[in-house]
Ligand binder design. Structure first.
Ligand code: G4P
Length: 548
């Protein structure tokens, strides 16, 4: 492929512009179990950041660098925390932000997606598009994030490749434009036909897929003599795709009309290098981000960035709190004093880190697209902007409408101080939403979640990290609506209805059932009961996205 489409324009040679042109910041997203962690590790393996798969996430059965991170995560085999990885490949700096896979953490995934410029969507070759895949495609469409699709697990029996393309097109509305094509059906994976050149990439298996898979390249004639029918079928299908113009178009991809498709097997490391090359060649470099007023913040303006995630207890050796900041403009230098836009106060960045999985190392400079971890940043909340120079603020993070509620109580009243601190911390991080009211007082706040697994994480962390075990009494409320302060008293007088206040200042009326909500709406037609769209239009009150 030729020059990257977003190389800095001639004559603009500031460090921020140049460095932004070298960066690709993306997330790997998928339905759980499609292979997200495996792909993340395989990418790091290919970029020679790690020498053996298993070093980043420490998934069951594979080697782990930090084996004691969150028992809950390990015992459930899920990835609760997001890891940010930075590595260099072909002189391009790759920032990979991992997301939690489980649908219960969709709010967290959404926040991560606000910090990236592209997404790699994994499909399981056998399962195709699953529930969470569809939701994630919808989120990407909503946020206009270009999506590269990787059909993973081609080493196992699965669907027909052309059938998968039809399914993608029909169900997502994106035109799939395969960049490579599998030689051999799912379960009989021989290699990949690179569509732009016609070259055959043949892979050799390595033991357990733990190290790089050797790759050989052949021209079409040699490929046919080696693979026979498997090559002929792949080539015919490739020609068919040419005829139907299923070919990559950079503008259409960036405008979210098409999705380049790749095939591979992350566990065998087959096709992973092709994914890295695709990221370098076609994924966008950081664009000018729009501020809260919709104005683009040029990359070479003074430093600015926003917090998209706050996380504590990432590493038992450092039980502290990291605020992840996505840099939007300018050059970040460790130690620089920036302004915290929410308070207007100065904020010193003495403890800035680059993150690698759960490991971290000191960082001196960072550029647009990079993710910086600020340690012990107690004042920072998700959505906050940091900047240098004239005030700027990026749009706040949307909070989803919760569907699960529980009253939190401290088990040992002697530990109430720790309990309060813990709850406040979980609220700042967005692990759960914390709701309060004058009627209930502060002793037993109501926790609200999009998915019930968020409660498990909260409970676990209160016990293990804040040393203040709590009990959760689940409440039979399933619907929430935003309302105004003047309606609080009236709504509180209704049956099975209660108004609580969230820390972002939203008054949240919750109802036992949809029927109750409808009945209140009938009795009080002028009461303002808004679905919790909050800061982003198009989000439905179930926390998922409406199809338009
Ligand atoms: P996730 O983060 O999306 O949840 O998925 P993860 O990488 O944990 O992968 C889920 C399962 O799928 C794992 O198996 C993993 O080894 C397997 N897998 C991932 N990529 C491929 C692939 O390309 N081919 C095949 N055949 N399997 C793949 P597991 O049995 O659940 O765990 P493990 O013991 O293998 O780690």
């Amino acid at each position: 492929m030729t020059n990257h489409p977003c190389e800095p324009a001639v004559g603009r040679s500031t460090a921020a512009l140049e460095q932004a042109g070298r960066r690709r910041t993306f997330a790997v997203i998928s339905h759980p179990d499609a292979g997200k962690s495996t792909v993340t590790e395989a990418l790091a393996l290919h970029a020679r950041v790690i020498s053996e798969a298993g070093a980043v996430h420490g998934k069951a059965g594979r080697r782990s660098t930090v084996s004691d991170w969150m028992e809950l995560e390990r015992s459930r085999g899920i990835s609760v925390s997001s890891a940010a990885l930075q590595f260099t490949y072909r002189d391009t700096v790759i920032n990979l932000v991992d997301t939690p896979g489980h649908a219960d953490f969709s709010e967290d995934t959404y926040r991560v997606l606000s910090a990236v410029d592209a997404a790699v969507m994994l499909l399981d070759a056998a399962k195709g598009l699953e529930t969470q895949t569809m939701k994630l495609f919808e989120v990407c469409r909503h946020r206009k994030i270009p999506v590269i699709t990787l059909v993973n697990k081609w080493d196992r029996p699965g669907q027909d490749a052309l059938g998968l393309l039809d399914e993608i097109e029909e169900r997502t509305g994106l035109r799939p434009t395969p960049l490579n094509w599998p030689v051999g059906t799912a379960g009989d994976f021989r290699g990949l036909l690179e569509r732009a050149t016609g070259i055959y990439h043949r892979f050799t298996r390595t033991a357990g897929g733990a190290t790089l898979a050797p790759e050989e390249h052949f021209d079409a004639d040699t490929a046919e003599s080696i693979e026979g029918d498997a090559w002929r079928t792949a080539f015919e299908e490739h020609e068919l795709l040419q005829l139907s113009e299923a070919v990559h178009d950079q503008a259409a991809f960036l405008e979210h009309r098409t999705t380049p498709v790749l095939f591979g097997s992350a566990v065998l490391n087959h096709g992973v290098r092709n994914l890295l090359d695709t990221l370098v060649d076609v994924a966008p470099c950081p664009p000018a981000r729009r501020d809260v007023n919709g104005l683009p913040r040029a990359l070479d303006e003074p430093f600015s960035g926003f917090v998209f995630k706050v996380q504590a207890g990432m590493n038992t050796a450092h039980r502290d709190r990291i605020a992840y900041v996505r840099i939007c403009s300018g050059v970040f230098e460790r130690g620089m004093v920036v302004t915290h836009s929410a308070t207007g106060r100065p904020f010193a960045t003495k403890y800035a880190h680059q993150l690698f999985g759960r490991e971290r190392c000191g960082l001196d400079k960072a550029y647009p697209g990079d993710i910086v971890g600020l340690v012990n940043a107690a004042a920072l909340r998700v959505g906050d902007t940091l900047h240098v120079g004239d005030p700027v603020a990026f749009p706040p993070m949307p909070m989803f409408a919760p569907e699960h509620f529980a009253i939190a109580r401290v088990k040992d009243t002697g530990r109430y101080k720790q309990f309060r601190r813990g709850i406040e911390q979980l609220d700042h991080e967005g692990v759960v939403q914390v709701l309060r009211s004058d009627l209930r007082g502060d002793q037993a706040p109501v926790l609200a979640a999009v998915g019930p697994m968020q409660f498990e994480v909260a409970e676990h962390r209160m016990g293990h990290e804040f040393n203040s075990p709590m009990t959760l009494e689940r409440l039979d409320y399933t619907v929430a609506r935003g309302t105004c302060p003047e309606w609080v008293a009236t709504l509180n007088s209704q049956r099975e209805t209660e108004v609580l206040m969230r820390s972002d200042g939203t008054h949240l009326a919750r109802f036992s059932t949809r029927w109750r909500l409808q009945s209140v709406q009938r009795d009080l037609p002028e009461a303002v009961l808004e679905s919790l769209t909050l800061t982003e239009p198009g989000m439905s009150n179930t926390g998922a996205f409406r199809h338009s």
